[in-house]
Design a protein around this ligand. Structure first.
Ligand code: NAD
Ligand code: DAU
Length: 360
């Protein structure tokens, strides 16, 4: 049994689906179901006794302690977070609450559980913290990609809150000996991505005939990784990562934002041409830049490859084609997310959302 937090969000849900598809052990999935949590993403697991969903907060120490005592997981994988940079600029408090205080409370509950385990289970236990490349700050065009030795220079409320959580995780290892692992990953994309983030927003807006808002000059660079490759990296680090180490995760896919948007438009032109014969790229609109916008991120993932033999399976070309095709084939999921109708679905399936329930 493992405990996954934030497993109804974009990466966490992809992780749970992949984990169980690989035939691995059961999962307790603790998620607060904020606006970003969506159990409909996990609908294929209904009736699967290996998935035990609990609606709750990682900052709820009593709940986490109870779940740990009841289910006795051999590992915790912490995805739960507020994750959107723009939201963090307009409302930072939730980010401090979940990413800092929540991570602290989770670590404390896990430490309490772990310290009471028998010696063999204690030695085998792992706490894997899922973090971001944004903690390293921004690169110039000529700087080398971030390695695990880069210093932390977070620039947004989001990245500052994630940096704080990474430091707590590190401290709980050094001070208390908690067996932790941290992964710092670049920008993910793929199925079930909430359409507030660049790639799904561009797909959804393009299809709706809306503007495609590109911040500033569109020349900011992000390093893109298909979400299932992130999931395989986490599985590998959990399996064989060295205790107390951090591992950068990335796919060597640096692209300026405007190139991403044009690629999405070109794929849509091919797969769902517009009736009037014009390109979706005519909808591109340059808008005011994000305050404090980091110019460039790039991940050097050689440590993960050299130590643990991990490599991404998708190139950007294969991953983005799959992603656009997924959104075209899953208009219902998008519509439900946009209308909030998935909340009603959750209530139908989970009559008492606060209660601890199996997914049956
Ligand atoms: P997301 O916003 O899609 O999902 C976050 C999930 O956490 C949601 O299901 C939400 O309901 C849940 N959650 C939020 N607060 C909670 C709380 N207090 N208690 C329990 N659950 C809570 O985020 P994501 O994109 O899937 O990111 C997952 C993790 O990966 C985050 O820690 C993020 O910082 C990290 N990360 C994301 C990316 C990316 O490109 N999306 C890249 C690197 C790292
Ligand atoms: O680097 C990893 C991070 O990637 C994760 O830690 C975050 O959780 C995740 O949200 C993501 O952060 P970004 O800020 O890079 O992602 P976002 O999709 O919001 O934006 C990607 C780039 O596109 C960024 O440079 C801002 C730009 N952008 C974004 C949106 C939503 C636009 O130009 N227009 C937009 O409408």
């Amino acid at each position: 049994m493992i405990l996954v937090t934030g497993g109804a969000g974009f990466i966490g849900a992809n992780f749970v689906l992949d984990w169980l598809a690989c035939g691995a052990e059961p999962v307790v999935n603790l998620d607060k179901l904020t606006y970003a949590g969506n159990l409909q993403t996990l609908a294929s697991l209904q009736g699967d006794a290996r998935h035990h969903f609990v609606q709750g907060d990682i900052a709820d120490s009593a709940l986490v302690a109870r779940l740990l005592a009841e289910h006795r997981p051999r590992a915790v994988v912490n995805f739960a977070a507020e994750s959107h940079v723009d939201r963090s600029i307009h409302g930072p408090e939730d980010f401090v609450q979940t990413n800092v205080l929540g991570s602290f409370r989770l670590l404390e509950a896990v430490r309490g559980y772990w310290s009471g385990l028998p010696a063999d289970e204690k030695a085998a236990f792992r706490f894997l913290h899922v973090s971001t490349d944004e903690v390293y700050g921004s690169l110039s065009a000529t700087d080398p990609a971030f390695t695990e030795d880069n210093k932390y220079e977070p620039n947004s409320p989001y990245s500052a809150s994630k940096a704080a959580s990474d430091h707590l995780v590190r401290a709980w290892h050094h001070t208390y000996g908690l067996p932790v692992l941290t992964t710092n990953c670049s920008n993910n994309y793929g199925p079930y991505h909430f359409p507030e983030k660049l790639i799904p927003l561009m797909i959804v807006n393009a299809l709706a005939g809306k503007n495609l808002p590109v911040y500033g000059d569109g020349m900011q660079v992000r390093d893109w990784l298909y979400v299932k490759d992130h999931c395989s990296a986490i599985r590998r680090v959990l399996e064989a990562g060295r205790l107390g180490e951090t591992y950068n995760v990335g796919g060597w896919n640096e692209k300026p934002n405007i190139e991403i948007v044009k690629t999405v438009c070109a794929l849509l032109d091919e797969l769902r041409p517009k009736a009037d014969g014009t390109s979706y790229s005519t909808q591109i609109t340059y808008v005011t830049d994000r305050p404090g916008h980091d110019r460039r991120y790039a991940i050097d993932a050689r440590k993960l490859e050299a130590e643990l033999g991990w490599k991404p399976a998708e190139t950007f070309d294969t991953g983005i084609r799959k992603t656009v095709a997924w959104y075209l084939a899953n208009g219902d999921w998008v519509q439900n997310v946009q209308s909030g109708a998935y909340r009603a679905w959750v209530e139908q399936q989970y009559a008492k959302p606060e209660a601890v329930q199996a997914s049956a």
